[in-house]
Design a binder for this molecule. Structure first.
Ligand SMILES: *Cc1c(COP(=O)(O)O)cnc(C)c1O
Ligand code: SF4
Length: 339
């Protein structure tokens, strides 16, 4: 060995999660180049991007297979012109979130729990997301706007659980989150803090010591609901992020969205749920896709969803079978679809 070869080039030294977010891939040309994809994908991606931008962290791109336009992780983020084709039953607000809004970013649809829209930001833009049309400017409970949200919660003693959602609440800084959680813990009737986030999966570097400190240090019982759709998303970095959460006493659950071309096969779903449990994550929900404009190409029929669910239930132990659910506007909870 000559002494001239140096170990790690500067480009791959460890970045902070904020740096990773800031350096996310936003240009379709960069994605096509990194993954050695056919250049014919480029122009359609650019057009679809204008409605909802491309955004994907490098560490997530690294889990995709090169040269494979059908990679199940790529499919979730690659903009396609089919998104621009109008479909009458696919609408901007398919679950009635706007009508459930109590202002100040508070959604109070279900008994005992309120959902707080903390931010519109995400580390990744998933093409099937209902968020692609959500008017966050009006609904976002940003720093000053948290005051009315906190007041609403304080005035509703039946609320036991606060769900931080978004966007992705973990895109906020630990300082702001610690502050919010302290204020929530001051409301005596709140018992549980739930965080709905995709960051432990798409950007596991987000699980910092500081995060563990405010989350485990609160009197509120912590629950984190992550969002993984395919076994390939769960690599060693995700496993270690989840282990740190569990070691700190956080209950970690998962929700998955059924997506055509991503996970609409019983074998893929079974592997995903086995891999989740290998990582200490329990399944929670399996969602039938919300009928959001631009996502029709991801939809599968309800019968197919039930059939996949039945097959999983036959192959997996009961505790690894998520509940198949669908959100219905105005219903008192997510609707469970029986097998
Ligand atoms: C999904 C959801 C919840 C949480 O429902 P759970 O069944 O407790 O998981 C609460 N509020 C809103 C607005 C939701 O969409
Ligand atoms: S809210 Fe969740 S599903 Fe939607 S873009 Fe953000 S991470 Fe993806």
């Amino acid at each position: 060995m000559s002494g001239s070869s140096l170990a790690v080039p500067p480009a791959i030294t460890r970045l902070s999660w904020q740096q990773e977010m800031a350096r996310a891939v936003r240009d379709p040309a960069e994605l096509v180049r990194l993954l050695e994809l056919p250049s014919s994908l480029l122009e359609p991606a650019r057009r679809a991007c204008r409605q909802f931008p491309l955004r994907v962290p490098h560490s997530y791109v690294a889990r995709m297979e090169r040269g494979n336009p059908k990679d199940p992780l790529l499919r979730q983020v690659l903009p396609l012109t089919v998104e621009l084709t109008p479909a009458p039953d696919f609408v901007a607000d398919p679950v009635g979130d706007l009508s459930a809004s109590k202002g100040a970013g508070v959604l109070h649809k279900y008994h005992g729990r309120v959902l707080l829209i903390t931010t519109g930001a995400c580390a990744i833009n998933c093409r099937y997301c209902f968020r692609r049309h959500f008017p966050y400017d009006q609904a976002n409970a940003s720093t000053e706007r948290w005051r009315p949200a906190l007041r609403y919660i304080a005035q509703h003693p039946e609320v036991e659980e606060v769900i931080l959602s978004g966007g992705d609440p973990l895109t906020l800084t630990d300082r702001r989150l610690a502050q919010l959680v302290t204020q929530l813990a001051d409301i005596p009737h709140i018992r549980r803090l739930r965080i709905h986030t995709r960051l432990p999966v798409v950007l596991p570097a987000r699980i910092t010591d500081e995060l563990i400190k405010w989350l485990a240090g609160s009197r509120l019982q912590p629950v984190m609901v992550v969002h993984a759709n395919h076994a390939n998303e769960l690599d060693a970095a995700v496993a270690s992020a989840v282990k740190r959460l569990r070691d700190a006493g956080v209950t970690v659950l998962n929700q998955t969205v059924l997506l055509r071309g991503v996970n609409d096969e019983a074998r893929a779903l079974t592997m995903l749920h086995q891999r989740l449990f290998d990582n200490g994550i329990l399944p929670y929900y399996l969602h039938v896709l919300d009928r959001v404009a631009g996502a029709r190409h991801f939809a599968i029929t309800q019968n197919r969803a039930r059939e996949l669910h039945r097959q999983m239930a036959a192959w997996l132990p009961g505790y690894l079978v998520p509940r198949l659910v669908q959100e219905i506007e105005g219903a008192p909870g997510k609707r469970w679809l029986p097998p």
